[in-house]
Design a protein around this ligand. Structure first.
Ligand code: LP5
Ligand code: MN
Length: 275
C-alpha cells in the first residue's frame, strides 16, 4: 500500500504508446512529467508507456529519453512508479535502474483519506476478451519470457510485429463491449477478489487505463458512456476512473490528446484532459 504524502499529490498517466513514430507525444510526456515532478510528488505510469517492449537491451532514442525524463523527475524530488501494461510487460530491473523508477505489481493500492484506491493497468478486468486473456497468460509465463528474451533482438522485434498484426485483426473483429471491463469482475475487485481468483484486498475506488475509454464512473452510473472531459471531485465508494490514452501525433476530434489524474492525500482528485 502506498500512501500519498499529506502535503503532496499523486499523478497518474498511462497508455502513451511511445515509439519512434510519436515524437510529439514523447515531447508532451517530457513536459508533463517535468511539470508534476517536485518533492512530495508521486508519479505513477500505469502501463503501455511504450508501443511495444522487446527487452531492456535496447539502444533506441525513445526509451533513453523516457529514462532521462523519469530520472530527472526523481532528481526533482518525486518518486516515480511504473506498472506494466500489455505492451511493455517485459520492462525489467535494468531499464527501471536506467530511469530510476520503481516497478509495481498489478494491482497495487494507494491509501488516501477518502479511501483505498486500487490501481491497475486494466487489462485483467477485461474478462470477456477470452483470446486476449489466453495470450496474457501465455506471455506472462516465466519460461516463455526467458525463451523470448534469449532470441536475437531482430527476431524478437519480428515476433512482436507479428503479434501486433494479430492484435489489430482481433480488435477489428471484436465488439467494443467485449474489450471493455467486465461489470462482474469490477464488482468483485471492490470486494477484494481479483480475476485470477486470489484475494488481493478490498478497495473503495478503482483507477485504470488500457481501454482508452476515459471516464469517471460512479456507483450510481457504473456504465456511463465514456466522457473524455476534465472533471474533479472527491473519490468515493464504487467510483471507477479510467485514464485517457495519449496521441499528439495523429489526434482526432473525438478523443483527447492525453491527460492525467491528480489525487491528493484528502481524496480530492482532478482528471485533466488535454485537447
Ligand atoms: O494492444 P492492443 O490495444 O492492440 O490490444 C490489446 C490486446 N493485444 C495485445 C497484444 C499487444 O498489442 C502486443 C504485445 C507485444 C508484446 C511484445 C513482446 C512479446 C513477448 C511474447 C512472449 C513473452 O495485448 C488485444 C485486446 C485489446 O488490447 C483490448 O483489450 O483485445 O488482445 C488480442 O489482440 C488478443 C489476440 O488474440 C492476441 C494475438 C496474439 C497472437 C500470438 C501469435 C502470433 C505469433 C506471430 C509470430 C510471428
Ligand atoms: Mn493496454
Amino acid at each position: 500500500m502506498i500512501e500519498i504524502p499529506a502535503q503532496g499529490a499523486a499523478h497518474f498517466a498511462s497508455d502513451l504508446h511511445l515509439s519512434e513514430h510519436t515524437p510529439k507525444t514523447l515531447e508532451a510526456f517530457e513536459h508533463w512529467i517535468a511539470s508534476v515532478a517536485q518533492p512530495q510528488s508521486l508519479v505513477f505510469l500505469l502501463g503501455d508507456v511504450f508501443e511495444v517492449w522487446c527487452g531492456d537491451d535496447h539502444d533506441d532514442e525513445v526509451p533513453h529519453r523516457v529514462a532521462r525524463a523519469t530520472r530527472a523527475a526523481r532528481q526533482a524530488g518525486a518518486r516515480v512508479f511504473f506498472m506494466h501494461g500489455n505492451r511493455d510487460f517485459l520492462i525489467g530491473e535494468r531499464f527501471a535502474g536506467d530511469g530510476d523508477f520503481e516497478l509495481l505489481p498489478d494491482p497495487e493500492f494507494v491509501q488516501t483519506q477518502g479511501g483505498i484506491v486500487l490501481i491497475t493497468h486494466g487489462d485483467q478486468l477485461c474478462t470477456d476478451d477470452k483470446a486476449y486473456q489466453q495470450f496474457r497468460q501465455l506471455s506472462r509465463d516465466e519460461t516463455w519470457q526467458a525463451d523470448f528474451l534469449a532470441k536475437p533482438r531482430s527476431q524478437r522485434l519480428a515476433i512482436a510485429q507479428g503479434i501486433r498484426t494479430e492484435s489489430k485483426t482481433h480488435k477489428s473483429n471484436t465488439a467494443m463491449a467485449i474489450m471493455d471491463v467486465n461489470a462482474q469482475a469490477v464488482k468483485q475487485a471492490y470486494a477484494g477478489r481479483w480475476p485470477d481468483g486470489y484475494f488481493v484486498g478490498k478497495c473503495h475506488t478503482i483507477l485504470h487505463g488500457h481501454t482508452h475509454r476515459c471516464a469517471v464512473h460512479t456507483a450510481e452510473s457504473p456504465l456511463a458512456a465514456p466522457k473524455a472531459i476534465s472533471q474533479e471531485g472527491t473519490i468515493r465508494d464504487g467510483m471507477r476512473i479510467v485514464l485517457p490514452d495519449w496521441n499528439y501525433d495523429t489526434p482526432n476530434q473525438q478523443s483527447a490528446k492525453g491527460g492525467y489524474l491528480t489525487l491528493k492525500h484528502s481524496g480530492e482528485f482532478q482528471l485533466t484532459v488535454f485537447r
